[in-house]
Design a protein around this ligand. Structure first.
Ligand code: SF4
Ligand code: MG
Length: 282
């Protein structure tokens, strides 16, 4: 069943989990890519450890099941060794923003041409409900029965300041937008990060909260660094504000792996572009 892309593995996600939306969206996008000339043989998926990671069990596509927090370096290595491949990494919020945060920063800084899809349910789901770097202040879980005493990080702001050239956010209740963003992120030449507000219905059910607050970005100029920063700061993962969805930032820049293939031209071009961005950011 090439169109279905399914496997023999029984699905063990909880009914209602936001991971189903991500699986559904990526299946559609992989089928679209095939129709447009990117065969599945040219795609590699990478996942980490956590509920999210099972996604590679459910997709009949070449994949690498890595270890906790190490999705990004595995994806980078595959891309550098085989620049002709589309490399898509899936990671949870604990996986990507906790254990693997430094890898994410360096991949963004280098502008390696990979796509990272973050299943951000703001909880460690597989280990039954501990707090993560994006859990809000006061979050009550297995490891914090009286509530956390830390503020969450804003990972998209961190990605922008680290040099990511494509930053977007989707929601597991917004399938059409997810498909659109995934496709754009995968086609982007450079480091792309898509955060999905992926609801964990069992340990942190945020559907009602998000449904009331999310809205899609319109008339936003994603090439403008200052506008991207303002929109990214609109919601800090803690306060009761509206939550923008869509593409926050998009910039064309020479890629890291390009330096290996054509060092001189790419390095000089990259230096010129970085200077341009620095001027814009001031
Ligand atoms: Fe999804 Fe949460 Fe169940 Fe994991 S524990 S499968 S994240 S609903
Ligand atoms: Mg999580």
């Amino acid at each position: 069943m090439p169109k279905d892309l399914g496997t023999y593995a029984p699905n063990t996600w909880c009914p209602g989990c936001g991971d189903f939306a991500i699986l559904n969206a990526i299946k559609t996008v992989l089928n679209l890519l095939q129709e447009e000339g990117t065969p599945l043989e040219k795609v590699v998926l990478v996942s980490g450890i956590g509920c999210h990671a099972k996604i590679v069990d459910y997709l009949n596509v070449n994949s690498f099941y890595s270890i906790h927090g190490r999705v990004t370096p595995v994806a980078e290595a595959i891309k550098i060794a085989r620049p002709d491949l589309k490399v898509i990494g899936f990671a949870g919020d604990g996986d990507a923003y906790g254990e693997g945060l430094e890898h994410l920063i360096f991949a963004a800084k280098r502008n390696v041409d990979i796509t990272m899809i973050i299943h951000n349910n703001r909880v460690y789901g597989l280990t039954t409900g501990q707090y993560t770097p994006t859990s809000p202040l006061g979050f009550k879980g297995r490891s914090t029965p009286f509530g956390t005493v830390e503020l969450p990080i804003n990972p998209l702001e961190l990605m922008l300041s680290s040099g990511a050239t494509f930053i977007a956010r989707g929601f597991s209740h917004g399938l059409e937008l997810l498909k659109k963003i995934f496709k754009e992120a995968i086609m982007h030449k450079g480091f792309s990060l898509v955060e999905v507000l992926q609801v964990c219905v069992t340990f942190y059910n945020m559907y009602a909260y998000y449904d009331q607050r999310v809205y899609e970005l319109k008339e936003h100029k994603p090439e403008d660094y200052g506008s991207a920063l303002r929109k990214i700061r609109e919601w800090d993962y803690n306060l009761d504000s509206s939550i923008p969805l869509g593409v926050f930032y998009k910039k064309e820049m020479p890629t890291f792996e390009g330096n290996f293939l054509n060092p001189k031209a790419e390095v000089i071009d990259r230096q010129v572009k970085i200077k341009e961005i620095l001027k814009e950011a001031v």
